[in-house]
Design a protein around this ligand. Sequence first.
Ligand code: CTP
Length: 402
Amino acid sequence: MSILSGKKIVLGISGGIAAYKTTFLTRLLVKAGASVKVVLTPAARDFVTPLTLSTLSKNPVISSFTNEDDENDLWNNHVELGLWADLMIIAPATANTLSKMVTGNIDNLLLAVYSSAKCPVFFAPAMDLDMYKHPSTGYNFEKLACYGNYMIPAGEGELASGLSGVGRMAEPEEIISFIENQLHIEQPLHGKKCLITAGPTHESIDPVRFIGNHSTGKMGMALAHDLASRGAAVTLIMGPSNIIQEHVNITRIDVVSAQEMYDAVHKYISHQDVAIFSAAVADYRPANPAQQKIKKSSETLHIELIRNPDILGSVGMMQHKPFLVGFALETEKELENAFAKAKKKNTDLLILNSMNDAGAGFGTDTNKITIIDKAGKTLKFPVKSKQMVAKDIIDEIIKRTF
Ligand code: CTP
């Protein structure tokens, strides 16, 4: 499956003769499984028709800020389109469009979408050989590279002017493979499946009360986001938490109790490449949760608790287990307890948090971890934001697995 499958792509076409090749490009993108929305500059309409491109892309094609065809939807929202896109391709990128991209001269819808896009932008220049060689063009290429845009170099050959040299827009197949290669570099976990448990669990005492803990799920969500942004398909099994998840690569399964978390993990665990258990699971639950609200009738109340299943431990015992990462939250004899936990639960990596460290633990935006690997080697990290801690953990997983 192409890495472009499922990607939302804005294809911006500016006015050059190479625009005719974008009909093939659109077809190849759609064939690769991408959703494509085409934006034309006014000049591009002279080279390729909206009808052809909307038929191929299966989406309306737009080229101006206003939509004269639909009186209920008069405004073509460039910001919305820029945010919708997972990536933007500008092909052909004429010398004129390139210079406006550099200077921020937003005089058409394509340039407005470009300047509001938050996604990677690829551009495929196309122009005559002397224009291509002109110092201003070279300057614009350099500037756009500084903006983080990716240039798909033009090829050499016969040009529309009849001259021969560098300036031909890359062929549609070359554009696709350039982008696929670049995405593979940026998304080393594309095609990998990762499961994460996160957040607390709530164990019912009666219909209105529960036993829980202070976990917020921030660390687990940071891990899920880091994995997803590197291309992994993430299944996030989340206990009760207010945190909102916003990544298309994350499938979130909400659970409440440890037993529900256990069931969800075992439903999804097969075929996972990596499983990370960051949830703060309640070790015990009330043996007989009351069906009605418990009334205060006596001075003391005894609730009998029974053991919850050890979810991480149960996966550690599987014959074909994924690369397994556990967490350990300790308040005393941290390293000694963590080594014992890693062995008992058969983890490939154990992430130790100490409640004694300032900046570590529940509810904070930071964490301080020590990673213990299978060979018993330890790696200590300073206090960092949970996002940076997630990055460190995923870097270590990638080093050891893929
Ligand atoms: N864990 C789990 N299921 C449980 C308890 C814990 O999957 N019922 C996982 C946690 O998600 C974490 C690891 O096991 O990755 C260790 O959790 P921790 O609470 O530190 O240890 P416990 O196994 O609960 O042992 P103890 O409370 O005795 O330290």
